[in-house]
Design a protein around this ligand. Structure first.
Ligand code: PMP
Length: 445
């Protein structure tokens, strides 16, 4: 049975991933670490072996991949799970009586349950597969906000949002006449929580905030945001695109209303993402796209819609993507989210200290609580030129506005270079980054 083979593959890879983690009593305890002073330590060299792409060279140099905040690389477990599905079980889901279709359906719906467990959601009815964070937010905009909002109503976001959490609300503003309020950030890139609270008014109908800023690394105080909004009965959407790979997400403990993320930032495939939605809200929302799979009956006079979650999944879904995403979650959980987070925080601290020593380098985003990414500028060098020089050294960083133009405007820079760290990065990667940045500085002097 192919479904069983999937399990066999992911279990074998997960066991290998386990071996990459050792537990040291009395080590540097991470806030999210294991109990009784034991800290889990990730063997990043061992982890790297699970990611075939990391073995390649770029411009004749060993690849240093520091762009995981844009798209993380896939471990072999994910590549194999997708390949195995495509080689053995691929068929359209939900409508077939034949064995392959049943296997594909079982694997696809099994992936949904894997995501449910990952998020600790109550029910798979609350887990919608979408293309990614962008589609998830657009779904909420069109299906939750658009039918409910009108002139006088307000959607509240923050000043550090990705365009994916700005533009869909502007479209709703155009469609309904509602307005968009923006809670400010300070010069460290932290949300001004008092100002945020002050912007919650009787007119606020929805709050939509990032969990982690992709441009600055700031971890937002989502618990405080949720409790302030919920005290006024306002639902909250959290854009978790940059958070899911760095911290365990428990949607029940958070008590959020919507949570969105993308598979490709979680070591999974592209073209797959998740919208978690509180069942009571999803049940009241109309479908946003029509077509096959989202219906129960269709006649020219009247169509009845399918149950949750399929009501929101019109058309043939991304089966292999969902299966790959489930394998990515297996892999990450086997490494241990706490061990990964502690490892990434160590790299963040080291990289911050190293880069700070470079004259003319400014770190943009210095919040007290940051995920493992650093945005920076180097005096006299445009970030794109810097990125090109780093690339010639085999180092992949992102340069540009990071789909957060208002953040760039706030800090008065056209763009930044951004290095982001994942489970497979090492101190050697940090060292090579710092030395290549120094070299770039010499070139442009
Ligand atoms: N929100 C944030 C914070 C992001 O970092 C990203 C991706 N850069 C998105 C939303 C959009 O994700 P996707 O392109 O996968 O839909």
């Amino acid at each position: 049975m192919a479904v069983t083979r999937h399990e066999a593959v992911t279990t074998r890879e997960a066991e290998a991933a386990h071996e990459a983690v050792t537990t040291h009593e009395g080590g540097n305890a991470h806030p999210g670490g294991t109990a009784a002073g034991a800290a889990t330590v990730l063997d990043a060299e061992r982890v790297r072996e699970d990611f075939p792409i990391l073995a390649r060279t770029v411009h004749g140099r060993p690849l240093v991949y520091l762009d995981s905040a844009a798209s993380a690389q896939c471990p072999r477990a994910v590549i194999r799970a997708v390949e195995d599905y495509q080689m053995r079980s691929h068929a359209n889901v939900h409508r077939g009586v034949h064995l392959l279709s049943q296997e594909a359906t079982a694997a696809y719906e099994g992936a949904r349950d894997r995501v449910r467990r990952f998020l600790n959601a109550r029910s798979t009815r609350e887990i919608l597969f979408v293309r990614g964070t962008t589609e998830a937010i657009n779904l909420v905009a069109q299906s939750y906000a658009r039918p409910r909002l009108g002139p006088g109503d307000e959607i509240l976001i923050t000043a550090l949002e990705h365009h994916a959490n700005i533009v869909p609300w502007q479209m709703v503003r155009e469609q309904t006449g509602c307005s968009l309020a923006v809670a400010p950030i300070d010069l460290r890139g932290e949300l001004d929580l008092e100002a945020f609270r002050a912007r919650l008014t009787p007119r606020t109908r929805l709050v939509a905030v990032a969990h982690v800023s992709n441009a600055l690394g700031t971890i937002l105080p989502v618990a405080e945001i949720l409790s302030a909004a919920h005290a006024r009965g306002i639902p909250v959407l959290i854009d978790g695109a940059q958070a899911v790979s760095h911290r365990g997400i428990d949607v029940r403990a958070l008590d959020c209303d919507f949570y969105a993320f993308s598979g490709h930032k979680l070591y999974g495939p592209t073209g797959i993402g998740v919208l978690y939605g509180r069942e009571s809200l999803l049940a009241e929302m109309p479908p946003w796209q029509g077509g096959g799979d989202m219906i129960l009956t269709v006649s020219f006079e009247r169509t009845t819609y399918n149950e949750l979650p399929w009501k929101f999944e019109a058309g043939t879904p991304n089966m292999s993507g969902a299966i790959g995403l489930a394998a990515a979650i297996d892999y990450l959980e086997a490494l241990g989210l706490d061990a990964v987070a502690a490892h990434e925080q160590r790299l963040l601290e080291e990289a911050t200290a190293e880069l700070r020593r470079i004259p003319g380098l400014t770190i943009i985003g210095t919040a007290a609580h940051k995920a493992s990414l650093i945005s920076f500028t180097l005096e006299g060098i445009h970030p794109h030129d810097l990125g090109t020089i780093l690339d010639s050294e085999g180092i992949a960083v992102r340069t540009g506005h990071h789909c957060a133009m208002p953040v760039m405007e706030f800090f008065g820079v056209p763009a930044t270079a951004r290095a982001s760290f994942a489970c497979y990065n090492t101190r050697e990667d940090v060292r090579r980054l710092a030395s290549a940045v120094r070299k770039a500085r010499e070139v442009f002097r």
